[in-house]
Design a protein around this ligand. Sequence first.
Ligand code: CO
Length: 186
Amino acid sequence: MLINNDTIIKDNDPLIRRKSADVVLPLSKEDRTLLMEMLKYVDDSTIPEIAEENNLRPAVGISAIQVGVPKKMTAIIIKDEEGNKECEYALVNPKIISNSVEKACLSSGEGCLSVTEEHEGYVYRSARVKVKAYDALKNEDIIIKAEGYLAIVLQHELDHFKGILFYDHINAKDPFHQDPGSIVIE
Ligand code: CO
């Protein structure tokens, strides 16, 4: 599948609101291929020369519904400033099994490959989450204990399975409402 900024489903398409279904395991060849293409998109998207040549918008994560497939699969790569991978996941059926009461948000707000317009404001999420998933890179069930940026990214991607977009969480009346006791991640 060709994944680029033209083929990614945007929020003007009702499909982006569709709920994703559990993926049948063991993973079919077709599902694995798609998930690996999604992972490659994320990896390539943050390499400027490749991104420019192939019309890729930089991202840390992408979920299958964003390429029109309503299945619970998501690919995430977080890199440091030198471009080294800090973490890399190709997740199947990821599920939050516990989350902190404490909230956190990114100081810069969030963005999404499916959202072209800017939506400014804080997106409060759980500061820490524990996610259970099948990892198609390790080929085993894993539990991710995440905090900080990764916790935010995981919750953003898992929201896509429910058809929820980041700006649904923004307080419309007061987008930069400071929630006392919440962490603001720089
Ligand atoms: Co998104």
